[in-house]
Design a protein around this ligand. Sequence first.
Ligand SMILES: CC(C)(COP(=O)(O)OP(=O)(O)OC[C@H]1O[C@@H](n2cnc3c(N)ncnc32)[C@H](O)[C@@H]1OP(=O)(O)O)[C@@H](O)C(=O)NCCC(=O)NCCS
Length: 161
Amino acid sequence: MNQKVRIRLANLKDLAAIVEIYLEAFNKKSGGSALARDLEEAEAKSPLAMLYYVAETQSGVLGYISACPLPEAMDIYEIAIRPEARKQGIGRLLMNKIIDEAFSRKIDLVMLEVAVTNLPAISLYEDFGFRVYGRRKHYYQDTGDDALLMRLDLNLEPMLA
Ligand SMILES: CC(C)(COP(=O)(O)OP(=O)(O)OC[C@H]1O[C@@H](n2cnc3c(N)ncnc32)[C@H](O)[C@@H]1OP(=O)(O)O)[C@@H](O)C(=O)NCCC(=O)NCCS
């Protein structure tokens, strides 16, 4: 990536870009209806608000990640990058941000689900040390794919000492 990539919290102005990226990445025709409410809550800094970060350059928003910060686990919902911006390290930057956020909130577990056929995403997660701990049969209604349940246990001890 030649241009500098900035990772920042999303706001309502990012709604259109995030929906566009979501629809394209997940091959959907509609959806993202909960997103406006999620972004409003995030802006209002509600304690249980979903977290949304975007990756942007001067050309605009290229990707996003969403996660639910529960006390017992940071649950990653979605990560998606515009097709033309993939394989340039942006997914890695967004994952780093969410894991940093788990550390700073003292949440020692990060979890996610991924389709067993989604090799780029599985490879990204494995790179961060996520490991498979379960499987849900035919979890994805549109494809019938199984979901792999993956987790990353964070060692908070050095921070707590
Ligand atoms: C999965 C996704 C987010 C990765 O984003 P990205 O910006 O392309 O990823 P990065 O460039 O940061 O890659 C980081 C690592 O992920 C893995 N990876 C990414 N794309 C890959 C691919 N096409 N094939 C194999 N491994 C891949 C590699 O380990 C890579 O490290 P490397 O570059 O040193 O080989 C992106 O492909 C995407 O948006 N996919 C569609 C949406 C989706 O399926 N999201 C996940 C489910 S919520």
